[in-house]
Ligand binder design. Structure first.
Ligand code: ATP
Ligand code: MG
Length: 717
């Protein structure tokens, strides 16, 4: 082995993978086997041992959080240190493409100040298009939906998801129209798809799907991008879709080296058109591919692993692979039955308090996660946690950056940066009130659209500040005109501040004070204006910390101009939307997350709630994929796994009795207990060992037998 210390804590298989000379390498292995660790170490090995310029290495992660975690590890002095690791190109497919599109925006028909928009805005754009379709035209499931007059908006989700599906399959609008658009079933989707693209372009907007499609076009057609990097490393490869696979191939088109890690048993994004056959495709596209398997799990106790493996074995067609651990056996999975979803949430909350108390400082709130199948299930948990004053954050819930007041201020920034964005204008025009009615707003939006003009120019014309070549026949009151003039002044002021390179935090403060935004909140939200106002304060703090360089640079690092920083800041609020929540959790809060967002992460303690038929497997989902999803959730904990279930749950207003999920119903009694784990000095010893934390000194009576929550006993059936 090498004398480099950083390679000494790898097992033989991991070492083989890290130092493999193969130019195409697949590392296939189960959860917790160190795939992500191998990928990180291989990046370090390329720099330290192979003397590769870090700028020539690209590491693609599934989430921005994963990129940050990886970067943190690489920043250690024993690995690359801060300076060198900041030169690596790291990020998600989306953030990498965003940087490329920022550089070559004009090649794809955008203006330099384009805005990346989140799905909520995309839905609104589609809704506007749907409303404009000729009444007798729009068909869904072979039914003319014009017969449901006035309820077009209810169907917008269907149309938008069909458009997004086409994009995820790599079909751009013209291609879609030329192929599927001829079929009766798809012809309306094709029309809406094209109208949607037109709307995005005219407002200088890019949705998440287009980031990837534009990125693919650029890597395909821009010659200087052919040799963009020399080494590509991809984590969570099982969840790449067609477009992402194309991107991987384009990035390595000149024979660059490719390393991917993944686990077909953890493929959980089929519903978002991820294609697990990409493993096989890669082997045929890169015939020299070397395959390495890792078999030892370092993350969990053997008890946790046993119960999780039972769940994934539900899919009888899967290729079985070895996965073992030499970790402590730990305690059996706690499979707990509760009378209702509310009781379930209360039980989880109380158990968290018990763990924190009896672990004697070994386990704190940040070490605990509660995983749900669907977002709505977090509500009961939040209530129960609030009742016991348990600090927590919800990943995938209403995020900080999506809160109305935060979004208002971000939209001001966004609009001043990209004045074509009439969606942002719509959000800010009456926050605070400026007396612009719905009809006037629509008229303004229409004018911008028709004339392909910046909304700022149209507003100036309406206020009589400039004289357009064609008149803008929009009549507004004197008060509204004054309001608009103040908005235009603010825009000029902010643009000057940007030119003067003032900080984003100062710009936000200026916007807030000139809008008298605190007063607006007081008048509009009598109940909770103070906490909303505090959120604005927090936004200023976030902007400050952003400027001080705590962000993960992806590709390629932009300069530190304020306007570039503003772009990065705005981008981080859409592409890295959970960032703030992750930070808060690491500072000492319980994480409530969906099973999907938990992918790749680990915690000492994990509760998987709602282990019921109809929840997981969800009735509309593919059952095998659902078994993999539960497997992913159950392989997140290191020491303690709880699977809870409510005998009665209310969904869509219907209260129904529920059965334990089929995936757990015939779990061997050797692998579970119907109680919460007991705590004593012996338990604390193995927990400390597994977590590699110092064993706290024993003090007081910290023994507890655990409580009983029978699942399968006769009286519950
Ligand atoms: P997943 O499939 O869930 O993404 P993974 O295969 O990527 O899991 P990692 O997250 O890389 O696994 O590793 C799981 C845990 O095991 C981490 O805490 C990691 O630090 C630890 N680990 C991995 N390899 C070793 C090793 N050789 N020695 C000690 N700890 C290790
Ligand atoms: Mg991983």
């Amino acid at each position: 082995m090498s004398d480099h210390n950083f390679l000494s804590n790898l097992n033989e298989q991991q070492y083989k993978a890290v130092v493999s000379p193969a130019s195409s390498l697949q590392i296939l292995a189960g959860p917790g086997s160190g795939k992500t660790r191998v990928l990180t170490t291989r990046a370090a090995w390329l720099v330290l041992e192979k003397k590769i310029d870090p700028e020539r290495i690209m590491v693609v992660t599934f989430t921005n959080k994963a990129a940050r975690d990886m970067k943190e590890k690489l920043e250690q002095p024993t690995l690359l240190g801060k300076r060198v690791s900041s030169q690596l190109k790291m990020g998600t497919f989306h953030s990498i493409c965003a940087c490329i599109v920022r550089r070559y925006y004009s090649f794809v028909g955008l203006k330099s100040n384009f805005t990346i928009v989140e799905p909520a805005t995309c839905l609104k754009l589609n809704s506007a298009n749907l409303r404009r379709m000729p009444k007798k035209r729009v068909y869904m499931f072979d039914l003319p939906i014009c017969s449901f007059k006035g309820v077009y908006h209810r169907f917008v989700g269907y149309f938008y998801s069909e458009i997004s599906k086409a994009k995820n399959q790599g079909l751009k609008c013209a291609e879609f129209a030329a192929t599927r658009g001829k079929e009766f079933k798809y012809r309306d989707i094709a029309v809406l798809y094209s109208a949607y693209e037109e709307r995005l372009l005219s407002q200088n907007l890019v949705d998440f799907d287009n980031l990837l499609l534009y990125g693919r076009d650029l890597f395909r057609y821009v010659t200087e991008l052919e040799n963009f990097v020399g080494h590509v490393l991809v984590d969570e490869f099982q969840d790449t879709n067609v477009v992402q696979y194309d991107l991987v191939c384009l990035l390595t088109q000149k024979g660059q080296s490719l390393t991917i890690v993944g686990d077909p048993d953890q493929a959980i994004f089929g519903w978002r058109y991820a294609d697990v056959t990409n493993f096989i495709k890669m082997r045929s596209d890169f015939p020299q591919t070397e395959i390495v398997n890792l078999e030892r799990n370092y993350r969990s106790t053997s008890s946790i692993l046993n119960s999780a493996l039972h769940v994934v074995s539900y899919d009888k067609d899967r290729i079985e692979k070895a996965l073992f651990t030499t970790n402590a056996e730990g305690v059996q999975t706690s499979l707990l039955s509760t009378s209702s979803a509310e009781t379930e949430a209360g039980t989880v909350a109380e158990e968290i308090l018990r763990i924190v108390k009896y672990s004697n400082g070994l386990i704190s709130y940040k070490d605990i996660a509660v995983l749900v199948r669907m977002n709505f299930m977090s509500r009961n948990l939040e209530q129960a946690f609030a009742a016991l004053s348990l600090p927590h954050i919800v990943l995938g819930g209403l995020r900080f950056f999506e809160r109305a007041e935060v979004k208002d201020i971000l939209s001001y920034l966004s609009f001043f940066h990209n004045p074509y964005d009439t969606e942002a204008l719509e959000r800010i025009i009456n926050a605070p009130k400026r007396g612009i009615g719905e009809v006037t707003l629509q008229r303004i939006q229409k004018l911008c659209h028709e004339r392909k003009a910046e909304a700022i120019d149209i507003l100036k014309a309406i206020c009589g500040i400039t004289k357009p070549s064609e008149p803008c026949d929009v009549v507004i009151s004197a008060a509204a005109k004054n309001g608009l003039k103040r908005l235009l002044n603010l825009c000029t002021e902010v643009q000057t501040m940007l030119k003067e390179k003032q900080t984003i935090a100062d710009i936000i403060k200026h916007i807030v004070s000139s809008l008298e935004y605190e007063q607006y909140l007081k008048l509009s939200y009598k109940q909770d204006w103070e906490s909303r106002w505090e959120n604005i304060g927090e936004l200023v703090t976030v902007a400050k910390s952003f400027a001080s360089g705590s962000q993960t640079h992806t590709v390629p690092a932009l300069s530190t101009d304020t306007s570039d920083l503003l772009v990065q800041f705005l981008e981080s609020t859409t592409l890295d939307v959970d960032r703030k929540e992750h930070e808060e959790a690491s500072e000492g809060k319980v994480t409530i997350a969906t099973m999907h967002t938990a992918k790749g992460l680990e915690w000492p303690v994990v509760f998987v709630v709602g282990c019921e038929e109809g929840i997981v497997p969800h009735q509309k989902a593919d059952t095998k994929e659902e078994s993999r999803l539960l497997y992913v959730a159950m392989t997140r904990p290191r020491c303690f796994l709880y699977c809870t279930y409510a005998r009665v749950r209310t969904v869509w207003g219907n209260t129904k009795a529920s059965d334990l999920t089929r995936f757990l119903s015939n779990l061997s009694p050797d692998f579970y207990q119907e109680r919460t784990p007991p705590w004593d000095a012996k338990v604390r010893t193995w927990v400390a060992g597994l977590l590699n934390r110092p064993l706290p000194e024993e003090s007081g009576n910290l023994e507890h037998p655990g409580d009983y929550y029978p699942v399968l006993s006769e009286d519950n059936k």
